[in-house]
Design a protein around this ligand. Structure first.
Ligand SMILES: *[C@@H]1O[C@H](CO)[C@@H](O)[C@H](O)[C@H]1NC(C)=O
Ligand SMILES: *[C@@H]1O[C@H](CO)[C@@H](O)[C@H](O)[C@H]1NC(C)=O
Length: 324
């Protein structure tokens, strides 16, 4: 029996290695996080590893000049650029998958929901996405600086000027200042169908085949880290942090998260790392399966065979967080 299985595995490997690589899987695109850019080492390694393992073409899509624009370009603009780019890539026209990293998840979701005439998105794999908002500016390193910045920003976070020049403020949601958020925040309320509902956005988001939400257990960049799973502070208060299923976004199904969840299409994954610190093994377990069309079982088979080169680097970690 064992040799039979072995034979089948060898046969599968042989067959797969004769197929043209691109026929195995549809392409995927990566949207990177804040301060990063596509040709930074972490991002290019991440993209090419996933591409090598899946046999799928992987493209990191740059918005503007990358690092600086990720801080300063308003999100509607970032999303519009991403939308034009995916439409211009003929290789995506038959459908593709999106892998979002941190802030890049909102670009990804913008493409899914807002991009008229864009190619169809099948799976969306989201690592550390600030989906339900954040309540603090990311990347604050030293306490005194953060407090200073925080208080400056808090005064003006929802002013037009700040909204148009500091991209992360487009998804800051201060739970005790929701009136200002509703009137001033320029992107997240639209993306989440919070105040004005657009059924097209919901229809598009609900059409995903899989939504994989990866939360990093030791994430201190996203406040709260539960936002990666669409969890958030309750309206008007700083505690307790609500799980996604208890938020109004979910219960009233503003964007189709509940629809997707009830259809078994949402995978809530937590991993042990800090913000965007992911191991090869975790990439293979939680990202790769969604990049393989027809769920080709090769990685699973290989994983169970001991001592293969495949698994020898599983503990190796990538840090996809530019500032470190
Ligand atoms: C909803 O979004 C679609 C697609 O972008 C747009 O064509 C439509 O005008 C929007 N509807 C409303 C009521 O804003
Ligand atoms: C995932 O979350 C659960 C519940 O909070 C926790 O017990 C578990 O250790 C976490 N798993 C990982 C891999 O971090």
């Amino acid at each position: 029996m064992a040799s039979n299985n072995h034979f089948l595995l060898m046969f599968a490997v042989a067959v797969l290695s004769f197929l043209p690589r691109t026929s195995l899987s549809i392409p995927f695109v990566v949207f990177h996080g804040i301060s990063d850019k596509c040709n930074n080492k972490g991002i290019s390694q991440f993209t090419s590893l996933l591409s090598d393992w899946s046999g799928a073409q992987g493209h990191c899509i740059e918005i503007g000049n990358g690092a600086l624009d990720s801080w300063t370009m308003p999100f509607f603009e970032q999303t519009a650029i991403a939308c034009e780019k995916v439409k211009s890539m003929s290789e995506l026209s038959g459908g593709y998958n999106i892998v979002g990293l941190s802030q890049g998840n909102l670009v990804g979701r913008g493409v899914i929901e807002l991009c008229d005439g864009g190619p169809p998105v099948r799976n969306f794999v989201s690592l550390a996405g600030p989906h339900a908002g954040i309540a603090a500016i990311p990347l604050c390193k030293s306490a005194w600086f953060c407090i200073l910045v925080d208080s400056l920003i808090e005064l003006a976070v929802y002013s037009n000027y700040v909204q148009e020049h500091l991209a992360p403020t487009n998804y800051i949601k201060i739970p005790t200042d929701l009136d200002s958020y509703e009137n001033g925040c320029k992107f997240l309320p639209v993306l989440n169908n919070e105040f004005h509902k657009n059924s097209t956005y919901k229809k598009r988001f609900s059409s995903l085949e899989n939504l994989v939400l990866i939360k990093f257990e030791n994430d201190v960049v996203l406040v709260p880290k539960e936002t990666s799973w669409f969890g958030y502070f309750p309206d008007g208060s700083w505690d307790p942090i609500l799980p996604a299923q208890e938020t109004t976004l979910y219960t009233e199904d503003w964007i189709g998260l509940k629809t997707l969840d009830e259809a078994g299409k949402v995978k809530f994954v937590n991993v042990s790392g800090s913000h965007l610190e992911v191991s090869y093994g975790e990439m293979k377990d939680y990202i790769l399966p969604y990049l393989l069309e027809n769920s080709i079982a090769l990685p699973r088979l290989s994983k169970s065979s001991h001592a293969s080169a495949w698994s020898s680097h599983d503990g190796k970690k990538l840090k996809l967080y530019a500032s470190d």
